[in-house]
Design a protein around this ligand. Structure first.
Ligand SMILES: NC(=O)c1ccc[n+]([C@@H]2O[C@H](COP(=O)([O-])OP(=O)(O)OC[C@H]3O[C@@H](n4cnc5c(N)ncnc54)[C@H](O)[C@@H]3O)[C@@H](O)[C@H]2O)c1
Length: 416
């Protein structure tokens, strides 16, 4: 049996993924609102396909429980999928991870070998330097435990397909028993499995996310240069760049494209955490430093573009609040940064519309005052200038509403 701590995007997908493979799975989350929604067969966030999978397995072989001793006692595999948000000085905050580990350790009373699997994103060497000493200080002499790092690469909006059709599964283990158990667990997925050390597993996740952040900051910097030079069709230039057969046909092109800067739960905090870790080791990595600065700077570039030539009492319409389309996730969303920049520039008459993320935005940013619009069309009608900040497909219609100034911050509109 498998127990999964944390039932967010990663944990719920992992739990349902193993249930789908036929294993019995316990899911644990400290957020009672979240577990209540899940117990009713609903998803607490927008994620295609997952609700059907949840309803298929809920109470058949996927059990949401508060009974940690029962779940842990019956499980050989304990997965940690809790959040690792921004901590002090941009470091990864491991509080939730330690708390979940402590509650499992307190519940293990027998001598069965169990593998504790960390799927949460943690900076390289965290297992060696922090988690192993933590476990050593908490475990009893009879507990037999292996520790593994198993980073997750799923994309929100594609969680299910990315778990069941992952490119590779990475098992960062420093002992053979954990490695063999995890290979057995994952083998039925038929996905290539790469076995590495714990620190290598941790590092690969940051290698991936910092590269994606770099591609985005590079693309944004190039578009700023192009705008300053003038006479350059930025969208065309990037689309033609993508025709190079070394890019063509690969999904990576969506990261090599200008926009509003990277956002969401992972790229900002993970880039910052690796930078903070490097700084603590005495290195000031110049590329990462500028990737982060370029991303911060992007919001002010966009805000100036939107407000250029507009009187301070103009009504500014923001289309899109989630950090990307097909998602209601507003964590670290560029929309919040851009609205704050507009306010700093003296624009306070700001309307906003998002097809799914209005409530989440109000919940996360109660201090950011926006006037909600009922629809994209309603927003267009009340605004003097309209800015496309999230690339929802429905926003392609905007030019047909009239001749107001539209700032296509996502370079998504077809040219006439
Ligand atoms: N969201 C992504 O796209 C993504 C992709 C790959 C990796 N990751 C990483 O996976 C981890 C989880 O991300 P997420 O997006 O699923 O986060 P999330 O915020 O959606 O979910 C985390 C869940 O953990 C729960 N939790 C916190 N403490 C707990 C405890 N002690 N016991 C049980 N549950 C607890 C929270 O209530 C929350 O529901 C993070 O480290 C993240 O960086 C996220």
């Amino acid at each position: 049996m498998v127990t999964v701590f944390g039932l967010g995007f990663v944990g719920l997908t992992t739990a349902l993924g193993f249930a789908h493979l036929g294993y019995d799975v316990y899911g644990i989350d400290v957020d009672e609102t979240r577990t209540e929604i899940l117990r009713n067969g609903k998803l607490p966030f927008l994620e295609p396909e997952m609700e059907d999978v949840l309803q298929k397995h809920l109470n058949h072989n996927f059990f949401i429980t508060d009974d940690i001793p029962k779940a842990v006692t019956n499980s050989n595999y304990i997965f940690y999928c809790v959040g690792t948000p921004y901590g002090k000085n941009g470091c990864a905050d491991l509080t939730y991870l330690f708390s979940a580990m402590e509650s499992a350790l307190a519940a293990i009373k027998d001598e069965t070998f169990r593998v504790l699997v960390i799927k949460s994103t943690i900076p390289p060497s965290t297992t060696a330097e922090k988690i192993l000493p933590f476990i050593e200080s908490k475990k009893t002499s009879s507990q037999r435990l292996g520790i593994a790092n198993n980073p997750e690469f799923l994309r929100e909006g594609h969680c299910w397909e990315d778990f069941t059709g992952a490119d590779r599964i990475i098992l960062g283990c420093n002992d053979n028993q954990s490695q063999e158990m995890l290979i057995r667990l994952y083998e039925p997925l038929g996905i290539p499995i790469k076995c590495v050390s714990q620190s290598t597993g941790e590092f690969i996740k940051y290698l991936s996310n910092t590269l994606l952040a770099t591609l985005i900051s590079y693309s944004n910097e190039m578009s700023e240069i192009a705008d300053a030079i003038g006479g350059i069709d930025v969208a065309d230039a990037f689309h033609i760049l993508h025709m190079d057969k070394r890019w063509n046909g690969c999904d990576m092109t969506s990261y090599v494209y200008p926009g509003c800067g990277y956002g969401g739960y992972c790229l900002p905090k993970d880039t910052s955490a690796l930078y903070a870790q490097a700084a603590a080791k005495g290195i000031q990595p110049p590329i990462l430093k500028h990737v982060i600065e370029t991303n911060h700077h992007r919001a002010s570039v966009i805000a100036k573009k939107i407000s250029s030539g507009m009187p301070k009492d103009s009504a500014i319409g923001i289309l899109g609040l989630s950090f990307k389309p097909l998602s209601d996730d507003v964590r670290d969303t560029p929309a919040a940064r851009i609205i704050n920049e507009l306010r700093t520039l003296g624009y306070h008459n700001i309307y906003a519309y998002d097809p799914v993320a209005m409530d989440e935005f109000h919940k996360h940013y109660p201090e950011i005052l926006i006037q909600p619009a009922e629809s994209a069309h309603a927003l267009y009608n009340v605004s003097d200038v309209v800015a496309i900040v999230t690339a929802w497909e429905e926003f392609r219609e905007i030019p047909s509403y009239g001749s107001k100034k539209i700032v296509d911050c996502r370079y998504m509109l077809d040219k006439a």
